[in-house]
Design a protein around this ligand. Structure first.
Ligand SMILES: [Zn+2]
Length: 243
């Protein structure tokens, strides 16, 4: 069923295309007919292009990339694009079936070695978000940023835990289990946090870095959906106090 369709320009495949919404839940079903991308992928690419137009020359780390969308574009056009997946129980920093194993809570990258960290719908699945934000801040170069999508389902209400890990390593569910699709696991990824806009405060408390929340609503670029926000955490370079 087609809910609506429109012509526009896709920020990912950079063609004049038709976007078709197959379902009212546009976040997963408003698709570019040329590249198959969905709105949040087009939004994150548009933000990378707007704020870091030189992204092809940067060192970009993406945790848990998708097969298509912005991940595929970054992989094709950025020579120093480093994708990684978290394989529980495997050595961090090692290659597993040709894919770099990285744990966002304990990255093996050196301090100030990454220009851009990119994550797409990953931060709602981590068990120790404060540790992740710290690690991202540590490994970012000055002048770099973490550009990411995460569903901010709680909006103005405070962020809430859905699940945590107890000292023995067992998962404790604080709310009914919820899973999102995961390309490397049939079961999907457990949602650990329902984020609100106060995610920026959590990031600041963990890392000392400021985060912008960007909301794009632009049918001409096929960007319209619930939870369409793109966040940028900047690590400023050459900061000097003003007189
Ligand atoms: Zn496209």
């Amino acid at each position: 069923m087609t809910v609506f369709q429109n012509d526009g320009f896709c920020p990912i495949c950079e063609h004049d295309v038709t976007f078709i919404a197959y379902n009212e839940w546009l976040r997963d079903h408003y698709v570019c007919q040329s590249c198959g991308s969905v709105p949040r992928e087009r939004a994150v690419m548009a933000v990378i292009d707007a704020y870091f137009p030189m992204w092809r020359e940067l060192r970009i780390h993406e945790s848990s990339p998708a097969k298509g969308g912005a991940s595929r574009r970054l992989a094709l056009e950025c020579a120093d694009y480093v994708p990684s997946q978290f394989f529980p129980g495997r050595v961090r920093g090692a290659m597993v079936d040709g894919v770099l194993c990285q744990d966002l809570e304990q990255l093996t990258f050196a301090d100030e070695s990454i220009d851009l960290h990119v994550t797409q719908d990953v931060m709602e699945h981590v068990f120790h978000p404060d540790q992740v934000f710290k690690e991202i801040a540590r490994t970012l170069k000055f002048g770099g940023a973490h550009i990411f999508t995460v569903p901010i389902v709680n909006k103005l209400a405070p962020s809430e835990r859905r699940a945590r890990i107890d000292p023995a390593g067992n998962i404790v569910h604080l709310k009914p289990e919820q899973y999102h699709g995961n390309p490397i696991s049939d079961r999907g990824s457990l949602v650990t946090v329902d984020w609100g806009f106060d995610i920026c405060q959590h990031i600041f408390d963990a890392s000392g870095l400021f985060t912008q929340i960007l909301h794009i609503d632009d049918l001409g670029r096929g960007i319209r959906a619930e939870y369409i926000e793109v966040l940028i955490t900047f690590k400023p370079s050459g900061f000097t106090a003003l007189d």
